[in-house]
Design a binder for this molecule. Structure first.
Ligand code: COA
Length: 420
């Protein structure tokens, strides 16, 4: 194996579903030895969830567990506990995202882990932070989106489609895992200074809230002003005392919207996102063939445009009606206008640039033949993560036991006790 920055870091990956696995997968790409500990017989629940091929690990699992080794271990059996203890003594990090209290019930409280290995970094994902009035709750993605402010601020504010809306992006799961990865690396660097491990935790609610920081900004502005000038409700509709859902509004200082392009009647993704960046107003007027807007006082400043911004978008939509989303972007990019086509998953899957950059990769797999996965979004000048297939359940059990010093006879006895 070529040298990678995280080579030598040994991680016990006691994670399941998405939030924890996304974190440890990232660390594995960058060179950590990630040992996925799974219940014998079943393993991570995602191995069998939403399968596309009978009796073969589901994509849900393969896309979140590449570059790892799998150790099947029943940590509720004494033999299993003894193996986990040995592993804890020899590892740097233990990552887990069990329901509240599960690790303690298993006999591996933070105190016990520290006794076993004072250098250990224990990294946890929970739905809510320690001491929170909801700390006992189990949490999945959409629950976190609701608890962290994303759902109340996403979607339509009026009409039949109004009501809180969940994002398809895994703001609760993978996003929390990415925060945890930063926490783990920080604790690891801290340990180099102090010689001591520490507990790192990220609550899904907090990770969602961190991404909703700008909506908290808006609440504070609304409290002060009573209105939010960049929201579609301004100036013709009234505001209540909470941040409203803003549909597809820009959300920052630049108004924007999703606009229909040629073919929208039959293609559900024939749209672009168009941003009216303040200083790009003149190029926008040139691109749209509306030079008169450059001097008309109703259009020259963002403040003047805001009351009729939807009419401006309607005019742009009219300009777009004989252009596909790709043709439109090709014209607009020449004018330096921030915009992009709305891309479907199918288009992303076949995007040549994403393949070339390694953001979408083909990975060999023992039972599937190969599978496509989303590669590292983080690019380095001196590291090209090589994505390797996810492990089969227990594929590396004997190998890991023997690395821990168990003899062939010991391993046979461990199998006989059904601890692995
Ligand atoms: N051997 C033996 N037992 C094992 C084991 C192993 N290798 N691995 C897990 N278990 C046991 C645990 O000890 C626990 O048992 P207990 O409840 O008797 O103490 C049980 O399996 C797992 O419990 P839990 O994590 O609560 O699973 P769940 O399926 O009921 O809940 C979640 C799933 C995701 C809701 C829950 O884990 C959770 O809230 N996690 C924290 C937040 C999170 O990460 N959510 C997002 C997931 S994408």
């Amino acid at each position: 194996m070529s040298n990678k920055p995280l080579n030598g870091i040994k991680i016990i990956d006691f994670t399941h579903v998405q939030a924890g696995p996304a974190c440890t997968q990232l660390l594995a790409w960058f060179g950590a030895d990630v040992i996925k500990v799974e219940r014998p017989g079943a393993g991570d629940v995602t191995r069998s969830q939403l399968r596309d091929i009978p009796n073969v690990d589901a994509l849900y699992f393969t896309m979140l567990n590449s570059n790892k080794r799998s150790l099947s271990l029943d940590t509720k059996k004494p033999e299993g506990k003894a193996i986990l203890e040995k592993l804890i003594k020899e590892s740097d990090v233990l990552v887990e995202n069990f329901g509240p209290g599960a690790l303690d019930r298993m006999g591996f409280s933070w105190e016990r882990i520290q006794e076993l290995n004072p250098k250990m970094i224990l990294a946890s994902v929970k739905g809510f932070s320690d001491g929170h009035h909801y700390e006992d709750l189990k949490v999945y993605e959409n629950v976190a989106q609701c608890a962290g402010g994303a759902a109340s601020t996403t979607g339509w504010w009026k009409g039949e489609q109004s009501g809180p809306m969940i994002s398809a992006a895994a703001l609760g799961d993978s996003n929390t895992g990415m925060h945890l990865a930063i926490g783990i690396l920080t604790a690891y660097i801290g340990r180099q200074q102090t010689g001591k491990g520490q507990k790192v935790a990220v609550a899904m609610q907090d990770a969602v809230l961190n991404l909703c920081r700008v909506k908290m900004r808006d609440q504070l502005r609304l409290d002060k002003l009573g209105y939010l000038e960049e929201y579609p409700q301004y100036p013709h509709e009234s505001f209540s005392d909470v941040v409203p859902r803003g549909g597809n509004a820009g959300g920052g200082g630049q108004p924007g919207w999703i606009l229909k392009c040629k073919g929208w009647e039959t293609d559900s993704n024939a749209y672009i996102y168009f941003t009216v960046q303040g200083h790009a107003w003149e190029p926008i007027c040139d691109a749209l063939g509306k030079p008169e807007w450059k001097t008309d006082p109703a259009y020259t400043t963002p403040k003047a445009r805001q009351p009729h911004i939807m009419e401006i978008f309607a005019t742009i939509e009219d300009w777009l009606k004989d252009k596909t989303k790709f043709e439109a972007v090709d014209i607009l990019r020449k004018f330096d206008i921030p915009c992009a086509p709305v891309l479907s998953m199918k288009e992303l899957l076949h995007d040549k640039s994403l393949r070339a950059s390694g953001s979408i990769v083909d990975v060999p797999h023992k039972e599937r033949g190969s599978y496509v996965t989303v590669g590292s979004p983080i690019k380095f000048s001196d590291l090209k993560p090589e994505i390797t297939g996810s492990p089969l359940l227990g594929e590396h059990t004997d190998e890991i036991l023997s690395e821990l010093g168990y003899s062939k006879t010991d391993i046979a006895n461990i199998h006989a006790a059904k601890a692995v």
